[in-house]
Design a protein. Structure first.
Length: 946
């Protein structure tokens, strides 16, 4: 059944129904009044920042469960340019960014997989092969508001231990007759130094005496984003088995001998990389809504939404290696070392032809998404309303091997990496820059991609019955059917190193049939490489790298023309280039997953008094069965044949090894698994009006989050050397939790409130773990079996939310009476029962975060300055060298507008006014893992409305 907490209209309908049941003497007359009230409410339009705040407070105050709302200030005017960035202003929400833009949300410390995203109460298909939702997919101009449900009622969709986030679009009967509006903006990125266009429009009208309405919106935008990034990997940590050291080849033989050569701990990472990201993004969005109210019995609404989002995700990188690995030429030639007071290397020089790899990569994102839905409300009688809702959504991310990761090896006379200064990043000094005139050798060319198609079909049937009873006021009931089908096709290069090492792979038995011309390989500083032709190389297309970040950074470096690089490979061996480098389908890494849910719910609203204080008690029960069918490719272990063979190792010793009879691929077969589970989810929402403006709440519920789809895919693999058999677990059950909230809310004016809330979530088991589950017989041999199982340990999450907002109209004299303030603070703490994670919080869960906003609205002038801050958060508990943490981050944004007249408004905004960077470290703050700079974004535009 469609949720009545999604719009102001439905909130008032519900409250009218409830008050009717408690007070009405004449059922027919009272419900006629309710319908008349609806007709009046239909044409209410929210305009202006203060009225947006007022409407948001109204939704929060009148909800029986815990809800926070964002309401658009006007047609096509959302509080922020991006849905995720608007949500970060909500108490308890932080966000992650992509290229400086908000993308995913974290609610009360729980990330995307713990939250459910809906549009008009309907789940939206996702481009991920997980359950996460990218909020940058939908243009904010298409929306009327967003509701964040932090505690559930039985009629809302299950699946969110964190929250359910409902995105609302506009409908034509929200407007009084004909409406036409449009906006045009220029967006300037100061690191890109160019303007990008953005435009939107809305046209809406009503017909047949206001009983039928049609609304159409469209939006188009282009963005060019630039991110400069430092990346350091592999740090010294004597207490960690994966620590990285600096080795000095004293005798110069290219091999490490611990009796002669030296090994030191180092504050310089083993792998140093610099990235310049340039991302061109194009977004096209449209929506169509139709509403029909032929009489006072029937109300029908059709909604459709389309979004296209294309990005190219280009990255150019320069990297240096200070340690020896299988893919490096050997021990780096360290010619000079410096040490800090702890005896750790803090300065080193790589000489005599230091290797510097240039990397070009791209991760294009070509996403198409749409959703259609039809909702019908039938007022069967004055006291009974039935509702039916049918919807379908589909999303496709097209990528048939279009990701690129291309590495060429360049060389300089020497390079010095110096971490002895007080700068955050080490200083880099190169003997000469790596321009397009420098010599480069072919090394690694990896093409890959995941094409994801997701479809969701939902049917909801329900009813709402207003009772003429002393205290039982409303009964809601309904059923819900949903089916989601997600398909992933995987593509990748068969051998990305095919043209590395001067054609070494061509000389092996497996590749002799390619018969390439290897004459173009040459010696480059001791390595045999195919030298790249001049036409493959391009000059850098950026400057001022990492400007604003203290230190000495490399000068801009060369990049590649991929098409010409591939043509060069084809000139050596056309067959090898097409068969080994191009991304080819990988059936064993592809899957199809179907998840069907069937649910039924019942809710009862009870209204009465305690000590003359009115209360509302909502009791609900939702039962849901989930059936999962997973199809993929897996080893048929009943057919696998193995053999023991003798092989000579590198030292000439003969050893017995286990091999497949034939090739492993011949035992791969299409498989399908089906499993199901059932959950009963009770909920209780209690709201007590201590005064007309003072509300106390208590909410409790059992909730669940289904496993990440990646855990449910059908696959298996065998490690013959370890005699291990690994398999997926399509039958994994969800993560379940018991939660409660308690809150006290004071609404001291229509624009002001002071609210506090405490929340607690007892999660029975966290993410599944990969563990040993027994022994499997394969061709008569015992193989230790590993698979994903429900986590052995649970966790608890608890926290406190405080919010204050007030318009200063009655406090300050004119002209300062247009000012207002908003402030909220969130504290979140988690405790994982897993002893290996003792003392570590959940990933991306900042303990403290807050928002502070000052706004002004008067005489057509509107301005807002907003600061969002959160403290450090865990990124990866098992980084290379220790746990990695992202440091405190705060961002200051400004927006303003001026009403030239009743039809025209000009607006201006700045995002990231102080040009903040964000960075992470491993174990110690001086060991910087990432540092990214995004720059400022300026918006200048005009809105027209008729």
């Amino acid at each position: 059944m469609k949720s009545h907490k999604k719009t102001t209209l439905s909130l008032i309908i519900s409250s009218v129904l409830c008050s009717y049941a408690a007070q009405a003497q004449d059922t027919q007359a009272s419900n006629k009044d309710k319908k008349d009230t609806e007709d009046k409410i239909e044409v209410i339009q929210v305009t202006g920042l203060k009225n947006s705040i007022k409407e948001s407070l109204f939704i929060k105050q009148n909800s029986v469960n815990v809800v926070d709302a964002i309401v658009a200030e006007d047609i096509g005017k959302f509080p922020d340019q991006n849905i995720a960035e608007a949500l970060q202003r909500v108490t308890g929400i932080t966000i992650t960014r992509n290229g400086g833009e908000g993308q995913n949300v974290i609610v009360r410390g729980l990330g995307g997989d713990y939250n459910v995203a809906t549009i008009n109460g309907r789940r939206m298909a996702s481009e991920h092969n997980s359950r996460n939702f990218n909020y940058d997919l939908i243009a904010s101009e298409l929306l009327s508001g967003v509701d964040v449900y932090k505690s559930p009622v039985a009629r809302t969709q299950e699946g969110g231990i964190g929250s359910v986030i409902n995105i609302k679009t506009r409908r034509p009967l929200d407007f009084d007759g004909f409406t036409l509006s449009g906006s045009v903006k220029g967006i300037y990125e100061d690191r890109v130094e160019e303007f990008d266009p953005q435009a939107s429009f809305l046209i809406s009208d009503t017909f047949f005496d206001g009983t039928f309405g049609a609304l159409f919106t469209g939006v188009y935008s282009e963005r060019t984003l630039r991110t400069d990034r430092y990346d350091g990997q592999g740090f010294y940590n004597e207490g960690n088995e994966s620590w990285i050291s600096v080795r000095q080849d004293v005798d110069g033989n290219g091999e490490f001998d611990e009796t002669i050569d030296k090994e030191y701990g180092s504050v310089i990472p083993g792998y140093v990389r610099y990235d310049n990201w340039q991302d061109n993004r194009e977004r096209i969005g449209a929506s169509l809504a139709l509403q029909w109210m032929p009489n006072d019995k029937i109300e029908m609404a059709f909604d459709s939404l389309y979004s296209s989002y294309d990005t190219d995700g280009t990255r150019n990188a320069l990297s240096f290696v200070t340690y020896d690995e299988s893919w490096t030429p050997g021990i780096p030639n360290v010619t000079d070392l410096g040490f800090n007071d702890e005896g750790l290397v803090n300065k080193l020089t790589l000489g005599n032809g230091a290797m510097a790899e240039v990397i070009n990569s791209s991760t294009p994102r070509r996403t198409k998404a749409f959703q259609v839905g039809l909702n019908t409300r039938w007022y069967y009688s004055p006291a009974l309303v039935f509702e039916a809702d049918v919807s379908h959504s589909a999303t496709k991310n097209e990528n048939s091997g279009d990701n690129r990761f291309i590495v060429a090896r360049g060389f300089v006379k020497d390079v010095t990496i110096d971490a002895s200064s007080n700068n955050l990043l080490p200083d880099i000094t190169m003997s000469e820059p790596l321009t397009s005139d420098a010599p480069f050798g072919a090394h690694y060319s990896y093409n890959s991609g995941e094409e994801v198609e997701d479809e969701i079909t939902e049917v909801r049937l329900g009813g709402e019955w207003a009772l003429d009873h002393d205290y039982i006021t409303t009964v809601r009931f309904g059923v819900h059917y949903g089916k989601q089908t997600k398909d992933r096709s995987n593509f990748r290069s068969a051998n990305a190193s095919m043209f590395s090492n001067g054609g070494a792979y061509f000389k092996s038995d497996s590749y002799k049939h390619y018969n390439p011309d290897l004459s173009s390989a040459e010696d480059m500083f001791g390595l045999n490489l195919f030298r790249l032709p001049k036409e493959v190389l391009l000059d850098a297309n950026f400057d001022n790298f990492l400007s604003g970040v203290a230190g000495k950074h490399p000068e801009p470096w060369a990049r590649f023309d991929y098409d010409k690089l591939f043509a060069f490979y084809e000139s050596i061996s056309k067959d090898a280039a097409n068969e080994q480098i191009k991304g080819s389908p990988q059936p064993k890494d592809s899957f199809s997953l179907s998840e069907t849910t069937t649910a039924a719910f019942v809710e009862v609203d009870i209204e009465n008094e305690i000590f003359d204080l009115p209360y509302t008690l909502n009791l609900g029960l939702r039962a849901v069965e989930t059936e999962v069918k997973s199809t993929g490719y897996s080893l048929n272990i009943d057919k696998v044949k193995l053999q023991d063979v003798e092989r000579e190792d590198d030292e000439g010793n003969i050893e017995q090894v286990l091999q497949f009879v034939g090739k492993q691929a011949q035992y791969q077969e299409a498989v399908s698994y089906t499993d199901s589970y059932t959950d009963v989810l009770p909920s209780l929402n209690f709201k007590l009006n201590l005064r007309e403006d003072l509300v106390y709440r208590f909410n409790a519920a059992k909730v669940l989050t289904r496993p990440n789809i990646g855990y449910l895919t059908a696959w298996s693999s065998v490690n013959l050397s370890k005699q291990e058999y690994s398999a997926s677990s399509p039958g994994l059950e969800p993560m379940r939790a018991n939660q409660f909230d308690t809150a006290l809310e004071w609404y001291f004016s229509e624009y002001g409130a002071l609210t506090t809330a405490y929340f607690y979530k007892d999660i029975e088991s966290t993410n599944p773990i990969f563990a040993e589950t027994g022994v499997t017989k394969i061709d008569g041999r015992d193989f230790r079996t590993k698979s994903y199982v429900t986590g052995e340990y649970g966790a608890d999450v608890q926290g406190l939310e405080i919010a204050y907002q007030q318009a200063l109209t009655e406090i300050l004299p004119a002209p300062f009476d247009g000012f207002g303030v908003q402030f909220n603070y969130t504290y979140v703490k988690s405790k994982d029962e897993d002893p290996e994670k003792e003392g570590l919080p959940f990933i991306r869960m900042p303990k403290n975060s807050y928002n502070a906003v000052i706004y002004y609205e008067k005489d057509g002038i509107q301005a807002r300055i907003a600061y969002n801050w959160r403290n450090k958060m865990l990124i990866n508990p098992e980084e290379w060298g220790g746990a990695s943490w992202e440091v405190d981050y705060g961002q200051l944004d400004f927006s303003s507008s001026y009403d030239v007249n009743e039809n025209m408004t000009v607006n201006f905004s700045i995002r990231n006014m102080t040009n903040e960077s964000n960075w992470t470290y491993v174990d110690r703050r001086e060991q910087v893992r990432f540092l990214s700079t995004y720059g400022r974004v300026f918006n200048l535009g005009v809105n027209m409305k008729f």
